[in-house]
Design a protein around this ligand. Structure first.
Ligand SMILES: Nc1ncnc2c1ncn2[C@@H]1O[C@H](COP(=O)(O)OP(=O)(O)OP(=O)(O)O)[C@@H](O)[C@H]1O
Ligand SMILES: [Mg+2]
Length: 453
């Protein structure tokens, strides 16, 4: 699907298409050629306006930080962030779970999908509705005691007057917790002192907690709170393929937990993300540039933000406010350089430094082919019985190479949802594969007299 179309976008005019690296049976999308892609076009922005434009751009695309929710009006229950796109269904489900069902919520999904940003919007909305909100971000050494103390410390200071705390006591509602290590029952007792309030306690990066006892203690706490109808909801967030993987398997909490898997953004939503950021930054990303970024991001908001930011910066480096093809190339190169070294190592090992064309083809098929809203794709066999064809995400691939890719762990079967569904093992590996594929097609090809290595 997108890789060849993207390569076409950057092909110098008049040059014949490069041979495709895949069996070209999958549907293609066509992106019209972008005007003015020749390198070296310089704009005429002057130094002071360039500096201002750079600052605006950095505020408009923020790949390194989650979006922050803001309350719209004092009287309203709405919250917003200018750059926040989509997620209406998820927000509605979470708010209903918390405000009406008094359920707890688990938000899970791949890295960079927007879990913290979504939680920030939910927190802003809950604050506007009169909830008292506290948050704690876990670390690898977090345990039940440190997480609960972190949350209670974050409960606004004025609440400490509700507990036995004196003026010299610790801030927030910490005084409600005992001096010894906190147990699930202590949370019940402490929440009795806060019974008049609607509390929302957000625990982010729960996947980093390695201690199994902590997970069990959390499950016990959720169950006890629900059983007694305490108006306190936890929102637990983490990188995971399932809520069970994150919280552990505890049949007792099935009914009191609302599971919210965070899907990818749609292609249109990523385009909208770029468009809105472009408006704020005062830069011009043509529809083709927006489509290109959306194709490469494949629904991951982090990658949409990163490519849009780097492309805008490249345009400004040339004194222009209009993003051109050469700026997108610069953005892709930057994204490859900035990729997590662990992911680069996996890519290099699976493709044997790109010297295994069959493995590279299988990986590219998985990266560019059809996927569902959770980034999962199917693998199946078709064709005549004497000449079966393996299809990875709809694209023909070499079966031996596919086995090698699976053995490497770069891609693995999706747990739980029946056979034939696969996902990339690491977030952003898919995008790295696509970026490298497009950049490889951009690299100058050896001339007729050149000798192959
Ligand atoms: N709905 C959205 N609209 C626009 N941009 C978004 C949206 N959600 C997330 N982003 C952007 O994507 C990037 C990653 O978001 P965020 O940090 O919330 O993801 P995450 O899932 O919490 O990541 P991690 O797993 O690393 O903690 C940030 O730059 C954020 O601004
Ligand atoms: Mg996060």
């Amino acid at each position: 699907m997108p890789v060849r179309a993207l390569a076409d976008l950057f092909r110098p005019r008049g040059e014949a298409p490069a041979p495709d690296f895949r069996t070209a049976e999958e549907p293609e999308i066509t992106i019209p050629p972008m005007p003015g892609t020749e390198p070296g076009e310089e704009g005429s922005l002057t130094r002071p306006s360039l500096d201002a434009a750079r600052r605006r751009l950095a505020e408009s695309f923020t790949p390194t930080r989650p979006l922050v929710g803001r309350r719209k009006r004092k009287d309203g229950d709405q919250s917003s962030s200018i750059g926040f796109i989509g997620r209406e269904a998820e927000r509605e489900r979470i708010m209903r779970a918390v405000a009406e069902d008094r359920s707890h919520v688990v938000i899970f999904g791949e890295r960079g999908r927007g879990k913290t940003s979504l939680a920030n919007m939910v927190m802003a909305q809950a604050l506007a509705m009169g909830f008292v909100v506290a948050r704690h971000v876990c670390a690898a050494n977090s345990d039940f005691d440190s997480i609960m103390r972190g949350l209670f410390r974050d409960i606004p200071r004025w609440l400490s007057t509700l507990g036995p705390a004196g003026p010299e006591d610790p801030p927030g509602a910490l005084g409600l917790l005992p001096d010894r290590p906190v147990l699930p029952g202590d949370v019940m007792v402490a929440s009795n002192a806060l019974i008049e309030l609607r509390l929302l306690l957000v625990v982010d990066e729960f996947d980093r907690v390695v201690d199994q006892e902590t997970r069990t203690a959390f499950a016990d706490t959720l169950k006890q709170l629900s059983d007694r109808g305490v108006p306190l909801s936890f929102v637990i967030i983490g990188v995971s393929e399932s809520a069970e993987e994150l919280l552990g398997r505890h049949p007792s909490i099935q009914r009191c937990v609302t599971r919210v898997p965070l899907p990818l953004l749609s292609h249109e939503e990523v385009e909208e993300l770029v468009e809105r950021g472009a408006e704020r930054a005062g830069l011009d990303y043509s529809p083709t540039a927006r489509a290109c970024i959306a194709e490469l991001a494949r629904g991951v908001p982090y990658m949409g933000q990163l490519l849009a930011l780097r492309a805008g910066q490249a345009a400004l480096d040339h004194g222009r406010t209009a993003v051109q093809g050469s700026d997108l190339i610069a953005a892709m190169q930057a994204a490859v350089v900035e990729a997590d070294p662990r992911i680069i190592a996996i890519y290099d090992s699976v493709t044997r430094m790109e010297r295994d064309p069959a493995a590279l083809g299988a990986l590219r098929a998985a990266a560019a082919g059809r996927q569902d809203s959770l980034g999962r794709f199917q693998v199946w066999q078709d064709g005549p019985p004497d000449k079966p064809v393996l299809r990875v995400a709809g694209i023909a691939a070499d079966p031996d190479a596919w086995r090698r890719v699976l053995q490497s762990g770069a891609i693995h079967p999706f747990r739980g949802d029946g056979p034939g569904l696969y996902v990339f093992g690491e977030a952003m590996l898919q995008q790295l594969v696509l970026l490298r594929a497009v950049l490889a097609q951009q690299a100058p090809r050896p001339g007729p007299g050149a000798t192959p290595e």
